[in-house]
Design a protein around this ligand. Sequence first.
Ligand SMILES: NC(=O)C1=CN([C@@H]2O[C@H](COP(=O)(O)OP(=O)(O)OC[C@H]3O[C@@H](n4cnc5c(N)ncnc54)[C@H](O)[C@@H]3O)[C@@H](O)[C@H]2O)C=CC1
Ligand SMILES: CC(=O)C(C)=O
Length: 289
Amino acid sequence: MNKYEKIDKEIKGYTQSEQPGIEKEMDPKPIAEDDNYKGSDKLRGKVALITGGDSGIGRAVAICYAKEGADVAIGYYNEHEDAKDTVARLESLGVKAKAYAFDLKSEEQCNQLVADVTSEFGSLNILVNNGGVQYPQESLLDISSEQIKETFETNIFGMMYVTKAALPHLSKGDAIVNTSSVTAYRGSKTLIDYSATKGAITSFTRSLSQNIAEEGIRVNAVAPGPIYTPLIPATFPAEKVENHGQETALERRGQPSEIAPAYVFLASDDASYITGETIHINGGDYISG
Ligand SMILES: NC(=O)C1=CN([C@@H]2O[C@H](COP(=O)(O)OP(=O)(O)OC[C@H]3O[C@@H](n4cnc5c(N)ncnc54)[C@H](O)[C@@H]3O)[C@@H](O)[C@H]2O)C=CC1
Ligand SMILES: CC(=O)C(C)=O
């Protein structure tokens, strides 16, 4: 049994009371880092901004980027302890790192985030749009207009605000990576508004990639399947937390460390001829055509 199969069996049903969830309070903790992942300076000299970078998928991406030599700024909502832990790990890898609390729903705060990062780090080369929320509901009739607004404002409006603010700082060779979801492709019975925002993210990725291709800036997405992150116990009932991912072909959930290398690939020159594309990482839950 490998470490991913082992932790999958160890996860029992539990929940957290608030979203965003807290990684520090998860038991067991997600695998944020693969000790076998050795960087090779693929991102040396670059500055990356990762929204939702304090925990889950964003934390794993931040660690891989630091191992590849990038300086890393992370944006997050209010999980200050998780952000502190992530920054400490990034600094221990010898790169510059800083965390910024902000609200994706506020255009002003998204603008301020980018202004603060570029002023502190001096430049920006990689933008990872990864922050997001989900509020599962049994029926469309249970989805309030407030929820629709919250989900769309956080997941897609905020992504567009941050990207708009970042674009003037990006130039030839730079890259944007957006976090979509398998739910955009196969649908989700209980995540109707959420999966609609993830579909919008896919279309945003494709359209923006065409719009800024001439400037030499690539835009791609990663569409994760069921991954063990704070989002899961913070939003799903205990039984779903325990069984998350069992329906995939690999019959287990994924860990953040299994997702992060795709973000390295898409941000690096290894992907210099790839734009507008989505990498699907979902244990075989959905196979793209
Ligand atoms: N965990 C999973 O199974 C999957 C996750 N995803 C996506 O991955 C991305 C990262 O989520 P995870 O790592 O799973 O969970 P997470 O809870 O670690 O990350 C969510 C992040 O969003 C940030 N965030 C939430 N509301 C915000 C707001 N108003 N302003 C600023 N930041 C805000 C939080 O600070 C947090 O860092 C999300 O976009 C999620 O939709 C996609 C498919 C599957
Ligand atoms: C697949 C997906 O988006 C979740 C959160 O499970």
